[in-house]
Design a protein around this ligand. Structure first.
Ligand SMILES: [Zn+2]
Length: 355
């Protein structure tokens, strides 16, 4: 690729925008619980008779915004509290699938945090963030996945351990994902939550269990912590893909390890900007990651809460990082190779992207 100079921002032509929209796409880093639009939150609020005034005293906003992490967390946990039954998960998944379908996303690996729905009995006052049963959770995800497929969007699920609330000795999430009752299309175990003060290594045995069970290893690392966190995710957790990983550039020997093993990074520019991993997109390391030979693709992370979508991220790729349409196409093929898509989806998408 030809990297953009730090200050360049070339507007995408209307024709190129149409071509980018028509390109078959994959999304590998998107949290179901972070994907809810204002419309979805409003619909679930009305369905469940919840009171949104605790977080939005003046009514629903046009788009979500937040002032610092506590404000973000209050809104996020309000959203979580709306999952009262299987239908709510199905609605959230289908609403997201509608957005993905409009952007020609054909395959998405969506992360969901089971722990905060029905596994957690230990946060704060002990009240679960939402009150689903295992059956509700699996049924809701299965129905959402069926509705998404009807829209032309195939879904694989990543279930993640929230590292800042599920302690390593609990082993609750890993017991669930390696058990007999899991949602259809489960492909990997993730590790989410705040990295600082919550290292990856204590979860090594859990990731070994998941890998032995046939699941992928896709932890978050190198977002709020540096290169050591990324190295630990690879060496201790057996990661083949890393959520974010953008701070790996702090250690050239780690870059060699990532390139040598073909480790794939799921990069989320708008998320990095809003969570202050970078202060300006002009400073984003994406072009440097590519120049270093690291495989990567662009993603939304929490599209509802961050008011973004995949097209927005890909346009950033074109306008800020200088990606050509050919490079976008190659990046989607690389994302497909790094995905856990089933063989039929892989063959179909690979043929579509080759034309
Ligand atoms: Zn994430």
């Amino acid at each position: 690729m030809v990297p953009s100079s730090p200050d360049s921002q070339t507007p995408l032509s209307p024709a190129d925008r149409v071509a980018l929209l028509e390109l078959p796409k994959l999304e590998l880093h998107c949290h179901l619980e972070g994907s809810m639009s204002v419309g979805t939150v409003r619909a679930l609020t009305e369905r469940n008779g919840a009171d949104p005034r605790q977080v939005w005293p003046n009514g629903f906003p046009e788009a979500f915004s937040f002032d610092g992490f506590p404000d973000f967390a209050a809104q996020y946990f309000y959203g979580l509290s709306l999952f009262k039954g299987a239908a709510d998960l199905a609605t959230a998944t289908d609403d997201l699938a509608a957005v993905l379908a409009r952007q020609n996303v054909r395959y998405a690996e969506l992360t969901t945090t089971a722990y905060t729905h029905f596994l957690d009995r230990s946060i704060g006052d002990g009240t679960p963030r939402s009150a689903l049963t295992v059956e509700d959770y699996c049924e809701g995800l299965n129905e959402g996945r069926r509705l998404a497929a009807a829209r032309g969007v195939e879904i694989g699920w990543v279930i993640d351990i929230p590292r800042d609330i599920e302690t390593p000795d609990q082993e609750i999430t890993v017991d669930f994902v390696t058990g007999s009752r899991v949602p259809d299309g489960l492909v990997a175990l993730g590790l989410g939550g705040y990295e600082v003060g919550f290292p990856a290594a204590p979860y090594a045995d859990q990731f070994q269990r998941a890998i032995a069970h046939g699941l992928g290893s896709v932890p978050h690392a190198g977002e709020t912590e540096g290169a050591d966190s990324v190295r630990s995710a690879i060496e201790d957790l057996g990661a083949t893909r890393i959520g974010h990983g953008v701070r790996c550039l702090e250690d050239p020997t780690l870059v060699d390890l990532i390139v040598g093993r073909g480790i794939f990074l799921e990069v989320c520019p708008t998320s990095n900007l809003l969570l202050h991993v970078v202060e300006d997109l002009a400073d984003h390391p994406f072009p440097s990651l590519r120049e270093a030979g690291i495989r990567t693709c662009l993603n939304t992370d929490d599209p509802g809460w961050f008011a973004t979508d995949l097209m927005t991220e890909l346009v950033i790729g074109s306008e800020r990082f200088g990606l050509t349409l050919g490079e976008h196409r190659a990046m989607q093929l690389d994302a497909l190779a790094a995905s856990f898509a089933p063989d039929d989806v892989r063959a179909r998408l690979s043929a579509e992207l080759a034309t």
